[in-house]
Design a protein around this ligand. Structure first.
Ligand code: SF4
Length: 159
C-alpha cells in the first residue's frame, strides 16, 4: 500500500490543465487554481440565481474549472453577490464579507448588483453591491448568461 501511495505522490496530477478562457483577464494570483465561493442573494428577483444554477449545472459545469459553491463564508475565498442590496440585506452582506478570510474577492453578478438595474430608486433598496462591500469584478446582464458567469469564475481560478 505504501509503494502505491508513494507512486501516486510522485506522479501528481496526470490531467492536463484546461485552456485559458478566451479574453479572460489574468487570475487573482492568491486564488488561482481553486476558488471556494459563497453565494449571497442580496435582493435578487431570482433570475440571476437560475443562471448561476445553470453555470454550475451539468451543461456548463463551472466546477471543472476549480470553482465550487460552499455553504459558509468561513470556507469561502470569494463572494458571488446578486441583486440590488435591500435595506434588510445590507448588514448581513457586510457581516458575510467580514467572515470571509483574506485574501477575498467579491464578484457582483447581474445588472442589479452592479447598479441596482430595474430596482434603482426603489424604497427598499440601499444601493448596488459596491456601495456596501468592495467589488473586485462584475458580470453584466439581466440576467447574465451562464457562459459569462463561467468566464468570470475562470478568470478567478485561472483555469
Ligand atoms: S439583474 Fe435581472 S435577473 Fe438579475 S436580479 Fe436583477 S432583475 Fe433579476
Amino acid at each position: 500500500m505504501w509503494s502505491l501511495w508513494r507512486r501516486i505522490r510522485r506522479t501528481g496530477r496526470a490531467a492536463e490543465p484546461a485552456p485559458a478562457a478566451p479574453g479572460a483577464p489574468p487570475p487573482v494570483p492568491a486564488l488561482a487554481g481553486s476558488v471556494q465561493i459563497r453565494h449571497v442573494d442580496a435582493g435578487s428577483c431570482n433570475g440571476c440565481e437560475v443562471e448561476i444554477g445553470s453555470a454550475f449545472g451539468p451543461v456548463h459545469d463551472a466546477e471543472r474549472y476549480g470553482a465550487r459553491l460552499v455553504a459558509s463564508p468561513r470556507h469561502a475565498d470569494a463572494l458571488l453577490v446578486t441583486g440590488p442590496v435591500t435595506r434588510n440585506m445590507a448588514e448581513p452582506l457586510r457581516r458575510t464579507f467580514e467572515a470571509v478570510p483574506r485574501p477575498r474577492v467579491v464578484l457582483a453578478v447581474g445588472d442589479c448588483a452592479r447598479d441596482c438595474g430595474v430596482f434603482a430608486g426603489a424604497y427598499g433598496v440601499t444601493g448596488p453591491v459596491g456601495a456596501v462591500v468592495p467589488v473586485d469584478a462584475e458580470v453584466p446582464g439581466c440576467p447574465p448568461r451562464p457562459e459569462e458567469i463561467v468566464a468570470a469564475l475562470r478568470a478567478l481560478t485561472g483555469r
